[in-house]
Design a binder for this molecule. Structure first.
Ligand code: DNO
Length: 350
């Protein structure tokens, strides 16, 4: 297992030099943030990013994410051009030596929360989600008011997009994912890059949009869409763990044994009601994720890929990018390594 840490490039308030000081973190998870969705990523930008990370005494381990253009998810005719560009990005990412690419197939919205600063008993703040609050969000003015994620749409674009998805149900979305993967996976194979789909977060419909990467049956279907070791999964404990029916250690065993877990996002949360949860510190005892069970299953199935502490709380007065402050994620990284070491049979915790 390689402990990694997400870095949002030069705009990230957390410098690489700070990340370098978190014990045991050797890999960086990052992306190019100035390429329009759908365009091929430039090789020189990738080279610069990798060099920058190298200069800081770390290495570029994972690209998270190359966003998938909505026309691909919608299955529109323009998708072939965007898929070609995606293939070109894959080639270039593989060529610079990165081995894992995390992506998602969520329509319109990436991860979604209704409160970015829910105050917990200890005075820290955490990300939270409540279906009731979501239903009160007014999208008629675009996504401006929606907390937390990268893409922003104005009112007209958003209305058009939501309208287009009325014709795309779960089955159609699966077909479009299969079309995409059938084209992309051979390219990823040719450069030794593992495609690692991120589960939908939260793992249920939001704003009436279909979401398909939600549970064990979905992952089973995913790995069979294209039967290749590079058609894999980002096992995100927080996304999958929001549905209490998901047995995370059992899922790790199943897909770990198949060699399809290519990347791990370790995050903890407490389920507080139906389709309602808030995030917690990483250690298992603070939330509903059986972190020990998950790491044990990863160990037993020989996981040797990158893992990163996902979303942290805001603690010690830190102000930062929601979910992505330094302090709590650094605590998470050391906790996860301690747990990993404790579960190992040898002195180095390897
Ligand atoms: C949230 C992240 C996601 C993830 C994308 C991957 O914090 O885990 O935004 O990067 O879904 O494509």
């Amino acid at each position: 297992m390689e402990m990694t840490f997400r870095w949002f490039g030069e705009a990230d308030p957390i410098p690489l030099s700070h990340i370098r000081q978190i014990p045991g973190v050797t890999g960086i998870v990052s992306a190019l943030y100035d390429v329009a969705v759908g365009e091929a990523w430039p090789r020189d930008g990738l080279d610069r990013l990798a060099q920058r990370v190298d200069d800081a005494g770390l290495h570029l381990s994972v690209i998270e994410s190359v966003p998938v253009h909505e026309d691909i998810k919608l299955g529109r005719p323009a998708r072939d051009r965007f898929i070609e560009n995606y293939a070109e990005s894959i080639r270039r990412i593989g060529e610079i030596g990165v081995r894992v690419l995390c992506y998602n197939f969520m329509p319109v919205f990436d991860w979604t929360r209704t409160d970015l600063a829910l105050r917990l008993d200890d005075g820290s703040t955490a990300l939270a989600y409540d279906d009731g609050d979501l239903s009160r969000i007014d999208l008629s003015n675009g996504t401006g008011d929606l907390p937390g994620w990268a893409a922003a749409y104005d009112a007209d674009t958003l209305t058009a997009l939501l309208g287009a998805y009325r014709k795309v149900d779960e089955e159609r979305l699966w077909e479009n994912l299969a079309y995409f993967l059938t084209a992309i996976v051979p390219v990823a194979e040719s450069v030794g890059l593992r495609m690692a789909i991120h589960p939908d977060d939260p793992p249920w419909r939001i704003f009436g949009l279909p979401r398909i990467i939600t549970d064990a049956a979905a992952l089973e279907r995913l790995v069979k869409l294209v039967d290749s070791p590079v058609n894999g999964i980002t096992f995100c404990t927080g996304s999958l763990g929001a549905n209490p029916d998901n047995d995370l250690p059992a899922m790790v065993r199943r897909f770990g044994k198949l060699g399809r877990i290519s990347f791990v996002h370790a995050r903890n949360l407490k389920v507080t009601g139906r389709h309602q949860f808030h995030e917690t510190p990483h250690p298992g005892k603070f939330g509903d994720v059986d972190m020990r069970g998950v790491l044990l299953a990863l160990r037993e199935t020989g996981f040797d890929g990158p893992m990163r502490p996902d979303h942290g709380r805001m603690i010690w007065g830190e102000h930062g990018r929601p979910g992505y402050g330094l302090y709590d994620r650094a605590l998470g990284a050391t906790y996860l390594q301690g747990l990993w070491e404790g579960l190992s049979g040898d002195d180095n915790g390897e």
